[in-house]
Design a protein around this ligand. Structure first.
Ligand SMILES: Nc1ncnc2c1ncn2[C@@H]1O[C@H](COP(=O)(O)OP(=O)(O)OP(=O)(O)O)[C@@H](O)[C@H]1O
Length: 522
């Protein structure tokens, strides 16, 4: 790192990081087109934009994972060598991704001090002192000090993410980059995250906060920068912009309102789960979804919602209980059984499953539907396949040059849209969606919700498992709350978010009284 004396006087005193004129192209795709961006001392600076707008690419330039074609980055006026992760780290730029980079078999304290253990003059590690310092550090940023002695592998993904933030704090971070930290958290856990982020801000850290959950920005962000098509379109104090204004700046036009519309819910049951237990957390779940109905499932981490989805998908074997599709009991031991039973499944944690990165969008769309796209049962109808992909690209606003583009070159959110489109190709009769709009932008979220309504209108039984309260409330005819591995409460459309949260955390006394049996359908 070299000192750029000339640039120092131009910086406002509280400027921590300054990126100027950053451009980056991948082949013909201009991902960044002359981006200027800055972070000030002790602020939370939200970075938002549609899928493919260039947010991750900008982060890669700041953290040194990749080298910009042009432009420079300075921290406290000192130039940061481009394309060098160690130079960025040394300058105090630290990135926390959704998938925590921690050692599962070590304790939290050991992870926090990995590679810089507290030792007396090259002697053995001073464990007691290390634990005490770790506990103090956790407390300083608002986490439970007891966590210091817990093994990381025993923590939830959300808790692990908070430990990654603590780790950055322990290594004297100046600029902390949080890449969609709330995407994997239920609303209840987001409060803890916000507490930690505020403590970091109060300690003078500049936080770059990437999120597609625009409604949370008013609570946490001081400033917001909106990107579109590789450029910054606005950078303003959060107090000057409404959520709607931000969304419209992101898409460069007016936001469509998704109308619920008329829909008839049949009395015939599409899918039924009876006394199902699976994995550690799912103990005894009972639920039904009628044909044409959308049922939302909400629960905090550890409530069993993830296990429910995985049991329906056949990746987690059921220990007891039954799954019935259109009143027929089924044995689902693997995803193929689940698909054969007519369940179209959009699993959570899609980043690690389901995409063939070096294959085209069209391949990734049609891979599970070869008979559907074949003529006479064996000749692949490439025109039909391409048309279907183009239709999905238009409907879900997939930002990609062509259907032939390898999916690996798309932004994370655009890859998610293609995985979702794959589940909708053949108009499924039962659709299970886990976190359907995780990682996708606000415009696409509306489109996804519209598609879900359309499928239900055509008679599909839809189960939506989501930690996004807004999504649960928008989509669901009924909302089921899971607690301790079972359905603990049931509400009708229009229920307040506060009551859903209270029921999920067991604070609502009457929660268990609104049971499945009492529901009247209209
Ligand atoms: N390795 C790559 N090869 C080709 N194109 C790429 C590559 N990485 C990114 N791009 C393109 O650069 C553009 C910006 O992508 P980027 O991942 O920065 O978007 P994003 O704003 O982070 O989106 P998301 O919200 O979906 O994560 C997209 O058009 C993307 O397809």
């Amino acid at each position: 790192m070299t000192s750029t004396a000339a640039s120092v006087p131009e910086l406002p005193l509280d400027t921590l990081l300054q990126a100027g004129g950053i451009t980056k192209a991948y082949g013909g795709v201009r991902a960044l087109r002359g981006v200027d961006f800055d972070v000030r001392l002790g602020e939370v600076h939200a970075l938002v934009g549609e899928n493919g707008a260039g947010k991750s690419t900008l982060i890669k330039m700041l953290s040194g994972v990749e080298r910009p074609d042009t432009g420079s980055v300075t921290v406290r006026g000192e130039a940061v060598a481009p394309g060098s992760p160690s130079a960025s780290l040394a300058a105090g730029i630290s990135t926390v991704y959704q998938e925590p980079h921690l050692f599962a078999e070590l304790t939290v304290a050991e992870n926090l001090f990995l590679g810089r253990e507290l030792r007396g003059r090259g002697g053995p590690v001073r464990w007691a002192e290390q634990f005490a310092t770790a506990a103090e550090l956790l407390e300083q940023i608002g986490l439970d000090p007891v966590l210091a002695s817990r093994q990381v592998g025993d923590l939830s993904v959300g808790e692990q993410q908070l430990i990654s933030i603590a780790k950055a704090f322990a290594t004297k971070v100046r600029v902390l980059i949080l890449d969609e930290p709330s995407a994997i958290l239920a609303d209840h856990d987001i409060d803890t995250l916000f507490g930690v982020v505020r403590r970091m801000r109060d300690a003078g850290v500049g936080v770059i906060y990437i999120s597609h959950r625009l409604d949370e920005l008013a609570q946490i962000a001081d400033r917001v920068t909106v990107m579109r098509d590789g450029e910054v379109v606005t950078s303003a104090p959060m107090s000057e912009l409404s959520t709607r204004a931000i969304a419209e700046l992101m898409i460069g036009g007016e936001l469509d309102v998704v109308e619920v519309g008329e829909r008839t819910v049949s009395t015939d049951i599409g899918v039924e789960v009876r006394s199902l237990s699976a994995g550690k957390a799912l103990r005894c779940a009972n639920l039904t979804v009628a044909q044409g109905e959308i049922v939302g499932v909400y629960g905090l981490i550890g409530s069993g919602t993830g296990e429910l989805a995985r049991a329906l998908n056949g990746v987690l074997p059921a220990k007891a209980g039954q799954i019935l599709i259109r009143a027929k009991p089924l044995t689902i031991s693997n995803p193929r059984d689940s698909a054969r039973a007519g369940i179209a499944m959009l699993p959570g944690n899609r980043k690690v499953q389901g995409v063939f990165l070096d294959k085209s969008l069209t391949f990734n769309l049609s891979v599970s539907h070869l008979p559907f796209f074949s003529r006479l049962g064996f000749v692949l109808d490439q025109l039909r396949e391409r048309r279907s992909m183009l239709d999905s690209m238009r409907k879900l606003r997939v930002k990609a040059p062509y259907p032939e583009t390898p999916i690996g070159s798309l932004s994370g959110g655009n890859q998610q849209k293609v995985v979702l489109a794959r589940q909708l190709v053949e108009k499924p009769s039962v659709l299970v969606l886990e976190e359907p709009s995780q990682g996708v932008d606000v415009g696409a979220k509306g489109e996804i919700h519209r598609l879900v309504f359309d499928l239900a209108r055509d008679g599909a039984a839809v189960l939506v498992i989501s930690t996004d309260l807004d999504e649960i409330r928008t989509l669901s005819d009924r909302v089921l709350i899971m607690r301790q591995g079972a359905v603990a409460a049931e509400f009708q459309r229009g229920i307040a978010a506060s009551r859903i949260l209270a029921a999920a955390s067991g604070d609502e006394p009457e929660a268990t009284t609104e049971t499945t049996q009492k529901v009247e359908r209209v």
